[in-house]
Design a binder for this molecule. Structure first.
Ligand SMILES: *Cc1c(COP(=O)(O)O)cnc(C)c1O
Length: 473
């Protein structure tokens, strides 16, 4: 064995304790760790011939690149939709690494952790109140979950039109409808050869909504009834967390044939709150659904799952079957994830989710969801009294969009620059129906009311600094 590797191997437990101790220190200081930091400027690209061992490498990382890490899993990182990590999820994720399984088969003999994955999907269906008519699997994020669902949609659409998209490529006749798709669904259309600019936009309900207008959907379904239609619907848009009317969409299925995909990356978890569950009513009739675990479930990156109706298993296998290698057997009877999703080798991604579900149960996750919604509502209420800021989109769930009336994107960037230099609260820029805004998304279990106080204080400081600059000018 290589001498450095041999030495590391001898001291493996102590190295793991070192990593644990670094982890505990980091998590202990997480609330005060900066949420934004300037980008590092130097990159070393010459690799030394001999290594320094794990202890040396850990020291080197802390000495050089530790400042690239921000408290994105902490309580005041409200940019994008960024979840944190619960103790159970960290423990499960660590063990996934330690076990290092290639999770494909449910049966073995070469390992059967996929059986745990199948079970975890069953638990998630139960958590979300979805029927067992779906089968699912883990992927890296909702981007890949959207990709998987839309890949099945593509195969379905090809079959409607008399071609096999997986084998022969895409031919004309596929129509994609959507009102406010997430950028990742658009990217999936690009990856699938359907074309990211080929979406036929659906009208939204009215000027202040991002949800599709079911009347317009019906008109388009009538208009395109001789094409193969794929509907990409939103179970929570990123700006106002608006939900397409799932009951209305489900109702149209009786009269029109179309493939229905739901992007519910984080909105799926509204199902856990009795007060918000009606937002998803009807979604169980969808053909496929995409959900993230690294957002509102507070499982570390990267973790998401797709759900596809079991009746589409052949379409799914036609799309994802990994060559015709004879050792695969009958892909549907001899189930392996290899033939059902985009990846071949796959991490035991279900484990942190399984451990989290067992650790906190339904009530734990319901608390996480309701707690986040309350924080969003509270932040929006507090902003109402904070000149010059104004909430500029409906707060349907757990995201708050706000702006400075009359400000352009540049002025808002100036606010964000000040906040980022201070490093205590992190927001991302966005635009709500054309108006530049700042977005705050609440999904982290650690966020408390005092964090809202800190954020309001930071916004006051930024506003003060801005008007100070203006006066000096
Ligand atoms: C975050 C998000 C995605 C993309 O998910 P990733 O986990 O970043 O791949 C898709 N749709 C919606 C609505 C999202 O919020």
């Amino acid at each position: 064995m290589h001498p450095t590797l041999a030495k590391d191997f001898e001291s493996l437990p102590s190295l793991l304790y070192q990593a644990m101790s670094l982890s505990a220190d980091y998590l202990d200081g997480l609330n005060e760790h900066p949420v934004s930091r300037p980008a590092p400027v130097t990159a070393e690209t010459t690799l030394p011939e001999d290594g320094v061992g794990t202890t040396g490498a850990l020291k080197a990382f802390y000495a050089t690149h530790a400042n690239t890490v921000v408290a994105s899993s902490g309580p005041r990182y409200w940019g994008f939709v960024t979840g944190g990590t619960t103790p159970a999820a960290i423990a499960g994720d660590w063990l996934s690494t330690v076990f290092d399984q290639n999770t494909q088969s449910t049966k073995g003999p070469g390992g059967s952790t996929a059986a745990v994955e199948v079970e975890t999907i069953g638990l998630l269906l139960d958590l979300l109140g979805l029927p067992a008519t779906f089968q699912g699997g883990f992927v890296t994020g909702a981007t890949m979950a959207n990709f998987t669902g839309l890949a099945v949609a593509r195969q379905w659409a090809g079959r409607q039109l008399g071609f096999d998209a997986a084998r022969s490529g895409v031919q004309p006749g596929i129509v994609v409808l959507s009102a406010t798709p997430h950028s990742s669904a658009v990217k999936a259309l690009s990856l699938l050869g359907l074309g990211s600019s080929n979406i036929i936009p659906l009208r939204t309900l009215d000027a202040d909504r991002e949800a599709l207008d079911p009347a317009d959907l019906e008109e388009k379904l009538e208009q395109y009834k001789h094409s193969a239609v794929i509907l990409v619907s939103s179970g929570g848009t990123v700006n106002s967390v608006d939900f397409d009317d799932m009951t209305a969409i489900a109702g149209l299925r009786g009269r029109y044939r179309f493939y229905w995909h739901v992007d519910a990356a984080f909105g799926a978890f509204a199902a856990l709150s009795p007060g918000h569950r009606p937002l998803l009513e009807g979604w169980d009739a969808a053909d496929s659904i995409a959900v993230d675990c690294h957002k509102w479930m507070n499982v570390p990156y990267d973790s998401a799952f797709y759900l596809v109706r079991k009746e589409h298993a052949s379409l799914q296998v036609q799309t994802f079957q990994n060559s015709n290698a004879p050792y695969l057997g009958d892909p549907e009877a001899d189930f392996t994830y290899l033939n059902f999703g985009p990846e071949n080798s796959r991490r035991f991604r279900a484990l942190p989710v399984w451990i989290s579900l067992q650790a906190y149960g339904r009530s734990g996750f319901r608390w996480m969801v309701e707690h986040s919604i309350e924080r969003a509502q509270s932040f929006a209420r507090r902003l109402a009294g904070e000149t010059p800021f104004r909430v500029c989109a409906p707060v349907h769930l757990n995201v708050v969009c706000f702006t400075i009336p009359g400000a352009d994107a540049g002025a808002l960037t100036a606010v964000l620059d000040i906040l980022n230099a201070r490093g205590r609260v992190f927001f991302t820029p966005s635009a709500y129906r054309g108006t530049p805004c700042i977005r705050a998304a609440f999904v982290n279990w650690r966020t408390t009311e005092p964090d809202i106080d800190i954020a309001i204080g930071e916004l006051r400081a930024a506003a003060g600094q801005l008007s100070g600059t203006a006066t000096e000018d």
